[in-house]
Design a binder for this molecule. Structure first.
Ligand code: PLP
Ligand code: COI
Length: 355
């Protein structure tokens, strides 16, 4: 049976999988809700978005996604507060970044109403799936890929935009130890590092596997020129605290312009924490670790939230970070999650209620 809400057609699943889910023990991004949003691009136009039962996709082997990797995605979360209301965090920033990625990968940009109405309708249909247990949320994965066919190395003429939802717990299961990379690069000047495109992640897997074999959970990427400056980690932007100054790299065409990163910078300023957006050299971080002025390092991202870094490795040496009682990381994590879960005033206007 079909219904229509916010101009989005809804085809309901015949049965629900929700009773099989243990909401108190959620891992990250590994179980999916009953429905998904699908929107097709063909004949030069986006067709109306539809909510349909979550299901596999059939593609021709010549679909360009398989050969030339035209694929982009976003990462967002929906939060349920104590009264059961549902909230998004700065969703238009994700929408704008999706289209920035689309443009760079020669893919069609999506209209704002298809993204926002499609997402809110899907969330209303699957709202029972949004966890309320501490530290959990509904991870939202909007993505777009080339479904059009052909071995010619040129942009496809057909695309699919899908939003899938996964009730999720935390991204990291334990302490986060990182390796500052000296050999491999994630991105290059003039390249696609700023775009949230699949290949940026695929290219990291091999160096990250080598790092994991040595006991590191993430790689911290450095500039592709001389590997002198810290850029970002595999799935998050990076902050460094030297004495009482909070530092993070400026974004550029090699770094993802993280929504958590910019929110953390605004909250830090609001807290009276001194911040500097500037190139952070590996040399100064190593020196600060040696002389005791390196107080904290942490990652910031939608999946990672604010993840303290317990140690970093560089040139075969591990440097442990101190465990602080009142770290900037814990203060900033509390401030941002209190806004996200509607536990505190939202003086920045970032919260968006799903009604
Ligand atoms: N950097 C990379 C490479 C990421 O994949 C992510 C995650 O989205 C981030 C940074 C953090 O971005 P955001 O805070 O918008 O989630
Ligand atoms: C996110 O934080 O939403 C991301 O997209 C990171 C991802 C690689 C898990």
């Amino acid at each position: 049976m079909e219904a229509v809400m916010n101009n989005v057609t809804i085809e309901k699943a015949k049965t629900s999988k929700i009773k099989d889910v243990d909401f108190d023990n959620l891992s990250f991004g590994s179980i999916y809700t009953d429905h998904m949003l699908v929107c097709d691009y063909k004949n030069g136009q986006w067709q109306a978005p539809k909510v349909v039962p979550y299901q596999p996709i059939t593609l021709d082997p010549s679909s360009k996604i398989f050969h030339y990797g035209q694929s982009i995605f976003e990462g967002m979360k929906a939060y349920k507060d104590e009264s059961g209301s549902v909230w998004l965090f700065r969703p238009l920033e994700n929408f704008k970044r999706l289209n920035k990625s689309a443009k760079r990968m020669a893919m069609p940009e999506l209209p704002e109403s298809y993204f926002m109405d499609g997402l809110t309708t899907l969330l209303q249909v699957d709202s029972d799936w949004i966890p309320q247990s501490a530290g959990s949320s509904l991870y939202i994965r909007p993505f777009m890929f080339a479904s059009g066919n052909g071995f010619h190395a040129s942009p496809a003429d057909e695309y699919k935009f899908i939003i899938a939802l996964a009730p999720s717990g935390s991204y990291f299961s334990g302490k986060v130890k990182v390796l500052i990379e000296k050999q491999y690069s994630r991105a290059a000047n003039g390249g696609v590092g700023f775009a949230k495109t699949g290949g940026n992640y695929a290219g990291q897997f091999y160096p990250t596997r080598l790092a994991a074999e040595k006991g590191y959970q993430q790689v911290i990427w450095t500039d592709d020129n001389n590997h002198e400056y810290i850029e970002e980690a595999g799935a998050m932007n990076v902050f460094v605290r030297i004495n009482d100054m909070l530092l993070t790299a400026p974004t550029n065409d090699r770094i993802l312009d993280g929504i958590t990163r910019k929110s953390i910078l605004d909250i830090a300023k609001d807290e009276g924490i001194k911040t500097e957006i500037r190139k952070v050299s590996v040399k100064e971080v190593v020196e600060a670790a040696k002389n005791g002025s390196l107080k904290e390092m942490f990652g910031a991202g939608t999946a990672a939230v604010v993840s303290p870094i317990s140690a970093f490795g560089y040139e075969g040496v591990d440097y442990d970070l101190p465990e602080l009682e009142d770290s900037y990381a814990s203060l900033l994590k509390k401030r941002i999650t209190d806004i996200q879960y509607n536990r505190a005033e939202d003086k920045f206007g970032w919260r968006h209620e799903v009604v």
